[in-house]
Structure formats: C-alpha cells, structure tokens
Design a protein around this ligand. Structure first.
Ligand SMILES: CCCCCCCCCCCCCCCCCCCCCCCCCC(=O)SCCNC(=O)CCNC(=O)[C@H](O)C(C)(C)COP(=O)(O)OP(=O)(O)OC[C@H]1O[C@@H](n2cnc3c(N)ncnc32)[C@H](O)[C@@H]1OP(=O)(O)O
Ligand SMILES: NC(=O)C1=CN([C@@H]2O[C@H](COP(=O)(O)OP(=O)(O)OC[C@H]3O[C@@H](n4cnc5c(N)ncnc54)[C@H](OP(=O)(O)O)[C@@H]3O)[C@@H](O)[C@H]2O)C=CC1
Length: 470
C-alpha cells in the first residue's frame, strides 16, 4: 500500500484554482489514489454563465475523470464547491462556509493565480500576492491544518540565471506594494510598473516572486512548502497520455503551427525547452503535502520540478518532433501546410513576419472581401504575433534550477510511492511524450475526430497550394 495514498485517506483538503489546468489533474489523482479521502473543498467562482454546481459537474463529466468514476463512484458527494472570489475581501465566502473551512481543513493546495503575462499590476497583485496573504491568514486559524502547499513558478526568479531552492528577496516589500496600490490610480500604476518590475520580463513572474515573499513573511508557525514548476505541459502517463485543456504555454504555439498560421518563431534552438508534464507536477505536490505534514521540516522548503537538469530537451528537438507528428497526425483544415522554422535574430524574424505571416493574411483577407465575407485573418495574425512576442523571452534563454530538495524527497519515498507518485523526469522519453502531446492537443483541445486523420493526410499530400479552406 502506498504511504502517501494512505496519508490522504480521511483527510479534508482545500484546493484553490481547482478549475484550472493543474487543479483538475490534482483533484483527479487525489480521488483515484485516495478514494477514501473525506472531502475536497474547492473555492470556485461562477463563470461564463455557469453556476458553481454546473462547473463542478462539467469537470467530473469530462474524459479526465473517467477512471475516477470507476474507483470512486460517489465522487460527487466528496467535492464541496464553495462560492469564493479571491479578488474580494475574505474571498466573499459565507460565514457558515468559512466556519466549516476553518474547523475542518487538514491540507491546503494553493494553485489559484492569474497566469496572464499582461495582466494589470493591480489585478495580478490582488490575486498572486494579496489573496495568498489572505489564505495564509485563514490557514493560521485552522486548528487541524497539517500542511500548506503553495504553487509558484520556476520563473519567479527568471531575472537570475542559476536559481536555488530558496526564497529570494524582492527589491520592494510586498506589503508596500499592496498598500500603495490601494490609493494609487490606474494611470500612475501603469507608469510605475516598468520601474517596479525591473528585470522581470512580465507582471506575472514578478507578482509570483512577491507571492513567495509573502509566504515567507506570513508563515507564522505553519507547515509550508513552495513548489516551483517550469512550463507545465500535457500529461505524460496519468490518467492517460496527452491530456491538455488550455492554450497557455506551448499549446497555443502547437495549434498555430499545426494549423499553418505560424511559420517562423524567434527562438534559440539549443536553449533548454524546460517543459514538465502536469501529472509529474501533481505527483510531486502530493508527495510534498505528505512529507511536509508528516516530517514537519523546520523551515519552508522550496521544490523545483523542472526537466532541464535531469533530462534536457531543447527547442530544436521539440520543434522537429512536433513537425514530424503533424505529418503522421495532421490537424484538420489547415490555413497552410504546417512548416515552421526557428529564426535567430530580430532582422530575420521581422522579415519572416512580413513575408510569411502578414502578407498571406492580407492576401487572404482580400480574398474574403472579394467573396463578400468579413476579413479577419490580419487581426488574428496580429494577435498571434503579439502572443508569440510575449513568449519569446522564455524560448531564447536557458536557466539552471537546482533540485536538491526534490531529489531528497524522491529518496525518502518507498519504492511503492516512487511508482504511484512518480516525479522522476529522467524516465521521460521526449519523442514519445511530444507525439502524445500533439495528439492530445488535437483530441482534447481542438476536439478533432481521430477518424478524420486519413482524410486530413490525403489533403496534406495534395496541398501544394498555400491556402486551403478555413
Ligand atoms: C529545423 C527546426 C524546426 C523548428 C520547428 C519549429 C516549429 C515549432 C513548433 C512548436 C514547438 C514548440 C515550441 C513551443 C514554444 C512555446 C513557448 C512557451 C513558453 C511559455 C513560457 C511560460 C513560462 C511561465 C510558465 C508559468 O509559470 S505560467 C503559465 C504561462 N502562462 C501563459 O502561458 C499565459 C500566456 N498568455 C497570455 O498571457 C495571454 O494569452 C496573452 C499572450 C497576453 C494574449 O492575450 P489576449 O490577446 O488578450 O487574449 P487571449 O484570449 O488570452 O488570447 C488571444 C489569442 O491569442 C492566442 N493565444 C493565446 N495564448 C497563446 C499561445 N500560448 N500560443 C499561441 N496563441 C495563443 C489565442 O488563440 C487567441 O487567438 P484568437 O482568439 O485571437 O483567435
Ligand atoms: N501552467 C503553467 O505552465 C504553470 C503554472 N504554474 C502555476 O500553477 C498554478 C496553476 O496554474 P494553471 O492551472 O496553469 O492556471 P489556470 O489559469 O489554468 O488556472 C487558474 C485557476 O485560478 C483560478 N482563479 C483565478 N482567479 C480567481 C479568482 N478571482 N477567484 C477564484 N479563483 C480564481 C481559476 O478559476 P476560474 O476557472 O474561475 O478562472 C483557475 O481555477 C498557478 O499558481 C501558476 O502560477 C507554474 C508554472 C507553470
């Protein structure tokens, strides 16, 4: 029997960000390996016209939870969705719900965040910093709390080249920023933002660094750990390979390339592509939850979950394998035949943007106009190029993350736990993983029918013409 799975039996677990990419995989694994857990509380807000219950049902009815329903048929009864908005005071949680959370919670996994690179400083600080402080305050009032696991990012200190498993101080105290945002108006905030974030590439990574500092400052006598994943990708093994459900990180780029929109990216081919499968991250999170609660380390431990130092893959290898997979498993109705290249400098990048991106979009829009339809390709292309430019920082650099704590934890696990909660990325076969990733993007994100592959292949063979129907 797995010690970690047994540990979560009978526990009341609070998860923020449970409706997100990482949160869903975390819930799935918890229910599948510890079906006898008491309850998972999730803090959810209504969204896109859906009530809390509808959101929960949609998650539980998805393919991701198919195995869970076999192992834990009463999973609906074990999820308790609590109305909460992390942007509000006290998260807008009702008194009764707050009482229940405070008196029952054993473990907290804090995953909620804004991951948008271009969010406003006010909103990003509210969610990634102030809400973390508020949650820590709640945690300090929970008599049964055994561990608080905070999810940060490996890029919270991406202004450094070598990053250790320590919390680095930020140039400005988080409290000062929180306080000043209360009275500064938006125009002034926009003006001072570049000065505040200094050499961080965006507001997201900067506010995640502030969030870590808050964790350190407000930890009191809580049992806390911080987990820093790199670029979180599709599932590697569990519950099945290739599951992915949003366009963040590499996912949008894979779609844009596979559909023939994106033909050139400014990237450093030999830079490390530090992608880490989401199920690997979740396995580490559960192992850290157990270790933190049972072994109660004296200080807050930081765990890096990255692939670069143990089993490196570079962008060239990743790109070549992605393109090779498109040959075998093409996406349906591409704009152009998928074929992309990495460019190495700004000049060639601008050239290809003009020739391979903007010009075809303009020509296609002319065609749409001539056939009485509304032009849309130029707008779409401009948004895509803006997105790609925001990701460029991360595909043109390599970082070194030390992983002593993560390796220490691995050695603390029994052979059974190492198998059930495997986070040893050395076992990952990149070529197989990337192929499953692309297949997953097609199936679960684009929701394309696999039966259409032979037809899509035939079209691809025939398509010497640049444009096919959209
Ligand atoms: C021989 C060689 C061969 C070579 C071959 C080469 C072949 C190559 C093949 C490929 C190989 C693989 C290479 C992969 C490189 C990946 C690098 C990843 C780095 C990630 C680093 C992450 C590090 C940190 C990790 C973390 O710690 S946390 C997670 C990271 N956080 C994010 O990833 C959020 C980012 N995003 C945003 O910040 C917002 O998206 C925002 C951008 C502001 C837009 O924002 P906006 O325009 O307002 O609106 P949206 O609604 O968001 O999107 C609006 C429109 O843009 C589109 N679109 C949104 N996204 C993406 C996206 N990705 N990619 C593409 N499109 C996207 C969306 O389809 C929509 O299209 P439309 O609707 O117009 O049709
Ligand atoms: N994805 C990645 O590549 C990486 C992610 N991380 C970290 O992992 C964590 C999870 O990221 P990921 O799952 O990818 O992100 P997602 O964007 O998929 O999920 C974010 C979650 O936060 C919730 N949330 C956002 N705002 C609020 C709010 N005001 N009130 C309540 N809930 C809110 C969202 O809820 P809703 O569904 O209602 O929007 C959603 O459940 C984050 O802390 C992120 O920084 C770290 C490294 C890489």
């Amino acid at each position: 029997m797995s010690t970690i799975a047994a540990f979560y039996g009978g526990k009341s677990i609070l998860i923020t960000g449970a409706t997100g990419f990482l949160g869903k995989v975390l819930m799935e694994k918890l229910f599948r390996t510890s079906p006898d857990l008491k309850v998972i509380y999730i803090l959810v807000r209504p969204k896109a016209g859906q009530t809390l219950q509808q959101r929960v049902f949609q998650i539980l009815d998805s393919k991701l939870f198919e195995k869970v329903k076999e192992v834990c048929p009463n999973v609906h009864e074990k999820i308790r969705a609590i109305y909460a908005d992390l942007n509000q005071n006290d998260f807008a949680i009702s008194k009764e719900d707050m009482q229940e959370l405070l008196s029952c919670t054993n473990i907290i996994f804090h995953c909620a965040a804004t991951v948008r690179f271009d969010d406003t400083l006010r909103h990003a600080v509210q969610l990634n910093v102030t809400a973390t402080r508020q949650l820590l305050l709640m945690a300090s009032q929970m008599p049964k709390l055994e561990a608080f696991i905070h999810i940060s990012t490996a890029y919270s200190n991406c202004n450094l080249k070598h990053i250790d498993e320590v919390i680095y101080p930020c140039p400005v105290e988080p409290k000062k920023i929180i306080d000043s945002l209360e009275w500064l108006d938006d125009a002034i905030i926009d003006e001072i933002t570049p000065k505040l974030i200094r050499d961080w590439p965006n507001i997201y990574t900067y506010t995640k660094a502030l969030g870590e500092m808050v964790v350190q400052q407000e930890s009191r006598n809580l049992n806390i750990a911080i987990i820093r994943p790199s670029i979180v990708g599709a599932t590697w093994q569990e519950p099945f390979p290739g599951w992915v459900d949003n366009i963040n990180g590499p996912n949008g780029i894979i779609i844009a390339t596979g559909k023939g929109f994106l033909r050139a990216i400014k990237a450093t081919p030999m830079a490390v592509a530090d992608v880490i499968p989401v199920d690997t991250v979740v396995n580490l999170m559960l192992a850290v939850g157990w270790y933190t609660a049972v072994h109660r380390p004296k200080s807050t431990l930081v765990y890096h979950i990255t692939s670069g130092n143990m089993n490196p893959c570079n962008w060239h290898k990743m790109g070549v394998q992605v393109l090779a997979t498109f040959e075998k498993i093409p996406f349906e109705r591409p704009f152009r035949r998928p074929n992309a290249n990495f460019t190495s400098n700004s000049f060639t990048s601008q050239y290809w943007n003009a020739v391979s991106h903007r010009a075809p979009a303009i020509i296609y829009d002319c065609y749409l106009r001539l056939t009485g339809r509304k032009p849309r390709m130029t707008k779409l292309m401009n948004r895509l190029l803006r997105t790609v430019s925001m990701l460029e920082y991360f595909i043109n650099r390599s970082w070194e993350w030390s992983t002593y704590n993560t390796e220490m934890l691995m050695s603390e696990l029994s052979p059974e736990d190492q198998r059930v909660f495997n986070f040893d990325v050395r076992q990952l076969n990149w070529l197989e993983y990337i192929e499953n990733y692309v297949l997953g993007v097609k199936k679960y994100l684009l929701k394309e029918d696999m039966a259409g592959i032979p037809k899509a292949k035939q079209r691809l063979k025939r398509s010497c013409t640049p444009y096919s129907t959209l």
